[in-house]
Design a protein around this ligand. Structure first.
Ligand code: GAR
Length: 208
């Protein structure tokens, strides 16, 4: 069984999707053993508590910079003996001290079709605002490994939705979460835990 540590910052609907998937047997070969929040009071912490999952808070605002914060996160991941780290709405970019030690062991969900609308500054509703401002007709979400560049690691899975006339960022976000994020994130986690993701030439391939 692989130890899955989930990093969160907010509402935690993706964490909930992972918890539900684990309960219903969709995640094979892994167990969520710890939730780490970058914010005190994040609703994701309630979700962990309600499911009896141990949680830690490492508040981003208590650290002067990304490196010192990342070192604290790294120490916690090592203590928790994490085999897989999932960034589920985690709104902080981790320094390479973490991404190097956990290379191809950190998975992120990004709410757009990478390489569009991604990188520094693109997070949460801002991503959907940008997609609507551009006028794209499809959007979606990307599940990818995390490396030292924001949203630039190997892509594992992507899924799409249509963008409809009159969509607001909130409406588009909900459509992408319901149809893509909450399904593909647990799927990718399960694939990882069953050693079904291969890396070749820096790209990820799924062995079904
Ligand atoms: C999700 O849409 C996730 O893809 C996005 O924030 C939301 C978090 O929701 N993540 C990013 O933008 C990361 N760059 P949640 O807390 O309810 O899972």
């Amino acid at each position: 069984m692989k130890n899955i540590v989930v990093l969160v910052s907010g509402g935690g609907t993706n964490l909930q999707a992972l918890i539900d998937a684990e309960k219903s047997g969709i995640i094979k070969g892994g167990k969520i053993t710890c939730v780490i929040s970058s914010k005190e009071g994040a609703y994701a912490l309630e979700r962990a508590k309600n499911s009896g999952i141990p949680a830690r808070v490492i508040p981003r605002k208590e650290y002067p910079d990304s490196v010192s914060y990342s070192k604290a996160v790294l120490a916690a991941l090592n203590e928790e003996k994490a085999d897989l780290v999932v960034l589920a709405g985690f709104m902080t970019i981790l320094d390479e001290c973490v991404t190097k030690e956990y290379a191809y062991k950190i998975i992120n969900v990004h709410p757009a079709l990478i390489p569009s609308f991604c990188g520094e500054g693109y997070y949460g509703l801002k991503v959907h605002e940008a997609a609507l401002a551009y006028g794209v007709k499809v959007s979606g979400a990307t599940i990818h490994f995390v490396n030292e560049k924001a949203d630039a690691g190997a892509i594992i899975l992507q899924g799409t939705v249509s963008v409809e006339k009159g969509d607001t960022p909130e409406v588009l976000q909900k459509r992408i979460m319901e149809n893509v994020e909450w399904k593909l994130l647990p799927k990718a986690v399960s694939l990882f835990c069953q050693d079904k993701i291969e890396i070749a030439d820096g790209k990820a391939y799924v062995r079904e």
